[in-house]
Design a protein around this ligand. Structure first.
Ligand code: EPU
Length: 341
């Protein structure tokens, strides 16, 4: 296998941070990965690189998971079951599904990253989370190179969360993900205000999967920076969940503060979710630029690299934001992106 030396990881992470991998290898087949893991277990995995902030050079062997391929396992009149290899680009996969009239993930159009990492943080947008279509996650256990199949329940999915961020963190390399998608009677989710507005502006009353995908693409393009143009990792923080009592106090001071109910297993909880973007904007950070990095001008939840920012600079900015939000609102903002120290 071909190990490369002193490779810049700039094009392998959507933040576009330049750090060096002392040793780097790209694998495009499961058997290669197995062979590699027999020799070397202390590795640093990179796939789409869309949810990480690199703050220094990587000493461990960097393994770029580039296993491609989509297969149809079975289908009936209503559903199709797919296995998609980890290295497939997420958005290309969504577009392919839309073109095949396979429904369920059209609201997740244009999310950066690869299929193999979508379960880790349970990607979600515009009312849909990927967990609702995932049937299984196949992963190689690093310690013994055995293939393990996680059912949807095994993954313990939550808001931007799964077992792969908690109990099983660092123990597996995800090799493929299974999906169950609809072939007809699609369960379209157009409830998210911005989608409704986008469809209404085009006078679309009976949207197709493509109409929804197009609407989401238009909304994301209008708000979120394209990582190919401005380095970023999407939402840098999670939307905080706070007690309703604390929210009511805040509402007295900030009558316009938005909130969403928190519903778990169909029951509304005594907590609410507050958009972190609103808090950060209110704290005065939106659109602030500090040299080569800053806070995006159209969505305050997104930190950006305008060129040659370092991961340390961006991390420091994140800490300043957290500090200010704590002072102003008594809310502890949690970072969503993986910080690589
Ligand atoms: N808002 C502001 N200022 C801002 C940004 C947001 O006031 O700069 C307020 C507005 O009131 C707006 C509300 O926040 O109505 C919600 O904003 P938006 O619809 O942009 O959604 P979000 O809660 O900020 C979440 C996800 C996004 C996802 C969108 C749409 C998280 C951490 N982020 O953002 O996910 O695209 O909803 O569903 O849950 C990502 O994870 O990388 C990501 C982009």
């Amino acid at each position: 296998m071909n190990i490369l030396h002193n490779i810049s990881l700039q094009k392998y992470n959507t933040f576009g941070i330049h750090v060096v991998a002392k040793r780097f290898i790209s694998v495009d087949a499961v058997y290669q990965l197995k062979e590699l893991l027999k020799e070397e277990k202390d590795i640093f995995l990179i796939s789409g690189g869309s949810n990480m902030l690199l703050t220094k050079d990587i000493e461990k062997l960097v393994v770029h998971v580039d296993i491609k391929g989509i297969s149809i396992d079975k289908e009936d009149e209503n559903h199709v079951y797919l296995t998609v290899n980890a290295g497939e680009n997420w958005h290309d996969f969504v577009l392919w599904c839309v073109s095949q009239n396979y429904g369920g993930i059209e609201n997740l159009s244009l999310i950066p990253g690869n299929v193999g990492t979508c379960p880790i943080q349970n990607i979600g947008a515009y009312g849909v989370e990927v967990k609702d279509t995932i049937t299984k996650v196949e992963a190689l256990e690093i310690e013994n190179q055995k293939l393990r199949i996680f059912s949807n329940d095994d993954c313990k999915f939550g808001y931007r969360n799964s077992i792969f961020k908690n109990d099983e963190k660092g123990k597996y390399v995800i090799t493929s993900v299974g999906f169950k998608l609809t072939k007809k009677n699609h369960q379209l989710d157009t409830t998210y205000g911005a989608i409704e507005n986008e469809l209404a502006s085009k006078e679309i009353k009976k949207p197709t999967l493509k109409d929804i995908s197009d609407a989401v693409i238009a909304i994301r393009k209008s708000k979120l920076p394209d990582p190919k143009e401005i380095g970023n990792s999407g939402s840098f923080f999670k939307n905080p969940v706070i007690a309703k009592t604390a929210f009511l106090k805040l509402q007295k001071e900030y009558p316009k503060i938005p909130s969403y109910p928190v519903i778990s297993s169909g029951v509304e909880k005594s907590q609410v979710k507050v958009p972190a973007g609103w808090l950060i904007e209110k704290a005065g950070f939106k659109g602030k630029r500090f040299g080569d990095y800053g806070v995006h001008e159209k969505q305050a939840l997104v930190l950006v690299n305008y060129g040659n920012a370092s991961g340390k600079d961006i991390y420091q900015l994140a800490k300043n934001i957290q500090q200010k939000i704590l002072e102003l609102f008594n809310i502890a903002l949690e970072i969503e992106v993986n910080i690589i120290h």
